[in-house]
Design a protein around this ligand. Sequence first.
Ligand code: GLA
Length: 725
Amino acid sequence: MPINYDSEKKIFKLDSAASSYVFEIFDEGYLVHLYYGAYIPDNNVGMFRDKGMFVSESPCNFKIGEGSFSPDVTPLEFSGEGSGDFRNSCIAVRNADGNNVTDMRYVSHKIYPGKPSLKGMPALFVTDPSQADTLEVTVRDSVTGIEAVLYYTVFNDCGAMARGVKVINPTDKTVYLERIMSCCVDYDTHDYDLITLYGKWSKERSVERSPLAHLTQGISSKRGSSSHHHNPFAALVDREANEDYGSAYGFNLVYSGNFVFDAEVEPFGGVRTVMGINPEGFEWTLEPGGEFVAPEAVTVYSNEGIGGMSRVFHKLYSKHLIRSKWAHVKRPLLINNWEATGMDFTGDQLVTFAERAKELGIDMLVMDDGWFGNRDSDKTALGDWFVNENKLGGPLGDFVKRINDLGIKFGIWFEPEMVSRDSDLYRAHPDWCIHVPGREKSIARHQYVLDFSREDVRDYIYGLMRGIIAENNIAYVKWDCNRYLSEVGSAALPKERQKETFHRYVLGVYDVLGRLTSDFPDLLLEGCASGGGRYDPGMLYYEPQIWCSDNTDPIERLSIQFGTSLCYPASTMGAHVSDSRRAGYETKGNIALWGTFGYELDPNTFTPEEVEIVKNQVNEYHKYYALIHEGELYRLITPDKNHFRAAWMFVSEDKNSALVTSVVMRKQEENNFYLKLKGLDPEKYYVEDESGEVYSGALLMNAGLCLNKYGRMDGDSFKLYFRTL
Ligand code: GLA
């Protein structure tokens, strides 16, 4: 059993495929953290540690050694607020007396095979109970009677854990949850670097790496969505860790709203990491009998460096997060009209796109923004989900039939959560958007945010979407979301519950996504939020792919895709070849092939030579699909300022095939540059597809490939396919 409880020592030991996590029930029911790291067979960690430590001024528990134990200097699993530990707390509950002192101690536990799901929220899943084991620990505050259940699931096939918390009010008094962290890990050293993914519109998920110092370093969002600015991902890695070596601990929150991750270095040298819903702007009323379920957090440990950590995330998410039937089914190769036409298109024009797409071997046409209401610019019509028949030259069904008759599937764009200031919906229901009384609402892209915390609003919007999808043979939906939330409040909530709006909004989005995916299980969903502004595991639970960025410049895309790959698998990364001029079609295709692949342009503008390149790319899409979508990623050269080129490769799980890609970002590379491959079997021999040359895996990884014969000008690229003899 990967989870063991040693009842003599009162120690829990949780082993995943590659890691161990150990904590104990200490005196007075404190849950004391002992170890998290590479797998260890025994549990006697912490044998020489001072049991019961205190320092001058830190509050102590008198019942332990007459005041020799302070929670302030002890690694803890689930520390409360205002009860002797001054570090970031995991929970703060304001009680009926008006204070928020909270102190949770062990009550009971149970261990069982499998993993629970979270009602109404995304969470990792197993398809068979043998794939994971779960520990539930119930803790209670003895004064208020408030309880929490801590969930720890370990996966048998990946070095990963899922963590969660449910807070329960079994008392007869109403209390207020002010703060709830989904996961806390205390380390006994801060000898780590912190890696996070920062960004902005059109430059999402750039990698930031900095040493932990005697500070609290953290990332957060209070924008209503996980945001372009900080992804809900963080990693603590050994100072000397690189792609291949060293310990790496990854954290990711399965949530699409306001979040926080903090790494707080303490004077004794340890670091406390917490991750959960951002407490700023959050409070939840817990009436007698009420419960609050916090979003799930994922932790990954690898002792094979940052690359190893990424590969664990990729495998975990492919197997245990993405629910869609498309997770492991080949997706249609699509063309989207947005960059070619904006909203200025006609049905006839899109039919010409589909005709040319058919000749090229493309499977699906996606009609982006502009097909509904009076939508000729971004100033109008969001919320008016009625087909603009003038634009399409007739009913949507007829138009889709014209596309389908060509043998092309049809996909469509929605932005369900939004309403334009200039729309019939807003004129009819001005109170349906997020707002607070008496305060002017900020506008962004000329739109407001619909109050998805309200069921009536969700029902109305989903009713329109469902009708359009059900009646028009729609195979794909791009779900967009193009602004953050401000002046946040809901007309449907009483004033003491206004601070629930942010979270209720996210739950509302999940509710509609849940209805959509269960009503239309064959529908392929692609997430989008002004590009990659909501690229998180919460969304991936419903949407197997997310548009990485509105930036389709291939060279810029390199760093976006590298950053995204730290946590998210290639199969989720929406990547298209566009009309962008920075590189030729071959290089653009080589870069987009890393993701879901598709086109974002007018296919009628291709020259005859370009037509041949595209046809070849379509063949390659099919040839390499399984390798890229199911294989393991190795980042070879990162596209940062220290490098002239970027390189990466995919290796099949059985190590029998590999695809290596490299792109020159800046010329000036020296002669005789050798690219060392990774992840191959050193003992196997591989033939390179194009040249027929045969090399051992050992040669390719240790000596490397000399790149002299490949182009070295800006934007040049190559791709090499290897398979075993
Ligand atoms: C966002 C998306 C784009 C496109 C436009 C349409 O910006 O990121 O891909 O769909 O909206 O308005």
